[in-house]
Ligand binder design. Structure first.
Ligand code: ATP
Ligand code: MG
Length: 452
């Protein structure tokens, strides 16, 4: 699978490719060596146009900062500078030596080196590909192209050592295999398994980011099944690990146990499902292991949604998920079972749900839960959708306020305080009564009624 001329030309014609070409050209003109590197070259070899292009160079961060106007040097101490060109942001990293002395979390110090040394510290053979857009030369010191033909994920050097240096590589290996729909080199797989508990050393933020990329990537169940098979999940999300082997009532769950059900749910993602819904789908049933009971000859999981909501919050805190997102994901998990009683809710309560800003995502979660159940029965879901649409037709959404607090303060020259809120409420009531319908009418309303 050599780099095809067609992919090269198509990539160089994209606005991103054009700017990435110029980036290398500028560095070359300044007397430095520069290459496109990593995922973008891998993508092109697989016949895809890259969505993101990283550059490796002999230029030091201080040189890069001098050459380009729009830069971000937050990570310069690690040898990486972000360069913006016409709205495209590129990560430009200086050739680095390997991090043999690292503590497994992050490289404490960075030593700059040659391109050959830089190649040696990269994680996988298929990520160690450098391509020069001017000369069109491919630098492939670890036969990455050959491994890519077999879709093989293989560590550069000793797999165990590489994981020891940076435990994030456990997750990167698993995500990469799902990304390229590939397989593991036996040494790589054995090391993932052997070193799975190293994951504990990683910060929550780094774990969260990789897990989210797995959820957003092309084969989420592949990645999560691998987390299971390598035992990583046991150390990473024990709440999910606990779902394996937990029986479900055989009707209607022909798909298997709770874990199998979750895998079917995350296999049903479509482009419409954003990150928060994906997290909620992954975690929606983690309350089941603790609530398993058998009553009247049938398996029950009483209150598993509220137990799951609580566990979700704790788990996402551990992963240092931002509080706003944590609360939303936990809310979705907590309410994922309400669909069954939804049609019995009275109209006033329904309005509360239908106007809720997260309701459409809750609907998506309902849908995914059914899609991951075998057989899937969408009857109730469709009833709710019909009722929701009917409700929206007969109850248009409340209007958005025409002005906000800072408009009021500026217009009336008043300081912040309760009075601002009262005035906003008066204005909003007039808006609902349709006495004011535009921003300028709203300003006029304030001027005349509020005596300015
Ligand atoms: P994608 O961006 O599609 O997820 P990528 O391979 O470009 O994939 P990045 O995280 O952008 O991944 O990293 C760019 C390159 O940097 C990788 O291809 C790899 O060569 C190297 N790299 C990134 N993280 C590590 C790591 N933890 N250890 C060693 N090399 C790494
Ligand atoms: Mg990348």
């Amino acid at each position: 699978m050599p780099l095809s001329k067609e992919i090269i030309n198509r990539t160089l014609r994209t606005p991103l490719g054009e700017q990435a070409y110029k980036l290398v050209e500028t560095l070359t003109d300044a007397g430095f060596e520069a290459w496109w590197v990593g995922g973008c070259v891998r993508d092109m070899l697989l016949g895809n146009i890259p969505e993101d292009i990283d550059v490796a160079t002999s230029a030091k961060p201080k040189d890069i900062l001098k050459i380009f106007q729009k830069t971000d040097d937050t990570a310069a101490q690690f040898g990486a500078v972000l360069v913006s060109l016409h709205g495209h942001v590129f990560e430009v990293t200086t050739f680095r030596e390997d991090d043999a002395v690292s503590d497994g979390r992050h490289p404490e110090s960075v030593r700059f080196g040659t391109r050959e040394q830089d190649a040696k510290r990269r994680d996988f053979t298929v990520n160690c590909l450098y391509w020069h857009p001017l000369s069109r030369e491919l630098f492939d010191p670890y036969a990455g192209e050959q491994d890519l033909n077999e879709r093989l994920v293989r560590f550069i050097g000793s797999a165990g050592e590489r994981i020891g240096q940076d435990a994030l590589r456990l997750l990167r290996a698993i995500r990469l295999r799902a990304l390229i729909d590939g397989q593991y080199h036996p040494d790589t797989f054995a090391a993932l398994h052997r070193k799975s508990n190293r994951i504990e050393i990683l910060s929550g933020t780094r774990r969260f980011r990789e897990l989210e990329k797995m959820l957003l990537g092309p084969h989420p169940p592949r990645a999560y099944e691998d987390l299971w098979e390598t035992d990583v999940i046991e150390y990473l999300i024990p709440e999910l690990h606990a779902c394996k082997g937990v029986a479900q009532p055989s009707a209607p769950h022909e798909e298997g146990d709770v874990w199998d059900h979750i895998m079917h749910v995350i296999a049903a993602f479509t482009h419409d499902h954003r990150a928060d819904v994906r997290w909620a789908a992954l975690l929606h049933d983690i309350g089941k292991p603790a609530t398993f009971s058998i009553e009247d000859d049938r398996i029950h999981f009483n209150e598993h949604a509220s137990v799951g909501g609580k566990l979700t919050k704790e788990l996402l805190d551990r992963l240092q998920c931002p509080a706003k997102r944590r609360d939303k994901i936990a809310w979705l998990v907590r309410h994922h079972m309400m669909m069954s009683t939804f049609m019995e809710v009275d109209n006033e309560r329904k309005a509360h749900w239908y106007y809720h800003p997260w309701f459409t995502e809750l609907l998506q979660l309902f849908w995914l839960d059914i899609a991951g159940t075998n057989p899937s029965d969408f009857t109730l879901y469709e009833k709710i959708i019909a009722d929701y649409n009917e409700f929206l037709d007969s109850h248009p959404l409340p209007p958005k306020p025409l002005l906000d607090g800072s408009d009021v303060m500026e217009l009336l020259g008043m300081p912040p305080g309760e009075r601002v809120g009262e005035i906003l409420q008066l204005l909003y009531d007039a808006q609902v009564r349709k006495e004011v319908t535009t921003k300028s009418e709203a300003r006029e309303f304030l001027r005349t009624r509020m005596g300015t």
